[in-house]
Design a protein. Sequence first.
Length: 264
Amino acid sequence: MRVLAVDWSGDARGGRHRIRVAEARPGRLLGVRGGLDREGVGDLLLALRNGPGPAVVGLDFSFGLAGWFAREHGCASLPQVWDLAAADGERWLAECPPPFWGRAGTRKPADDPARPLFRATEHDARARGLHPLPTFQIGGAGAVGTGSVRGMALLAAWRSAGLGVWPLDPAPGSSGVLLVEVYPRAMTGPVVKSSPRARGAHVAADRRIPADLRETAAATEDAFDAAFAALGMAEHVDELAGLRALTDATALLEGAMWLPPRGS
């Protein structure tokens, strides 16, 4: 099974200058590439369908929104959330209506147990000591909302074209492609990613990264995240190859991150 990871971008210009795609096998980084915008990533994913074997691709954007928000907007399933994002997402990003925040003049909503900002999968990640940000945050340091909204808007079309999307779909078997939501920070380990020197030292110390790829993998935070997400996924390729579709009602409405097993 091929293992790839995409460090995504919600940039209004398509993300070409930010998006990075990495590929790895167990114990070795195979490559990191740039130059693709979101449309180009879609073309790459669709091309993987024609490969000689199956592929799993990690994407670092939220595949869904909090369940209460989905239900308030008439959604009873994850594909309906994607359709909603395709229809209304650009308005959300332009107007930043509550519960979205992060644009100038907006504030984070007050805590409300009935309207949590985090999805269940993000609560699970936080219980493991990770710190994902809410998808409703569409501006500010580390915000993932813009990229997630623009990513969700594409998932329905990709799935209609034959790509599997976990947790709705299982691993592809002998052929096909499965997309999974990943959180690169779960696989980078502790490092100050904003520091080029720290990234370089972290890469240099990892024997899975060949010498000729070290500069590329450490060049930007985006390349760094893509490289380590691919490496982390590759370490668990057998688990990924055996993924089953989930039946949990919350996951089927909100989506779910794939995280490495505890202690790995």
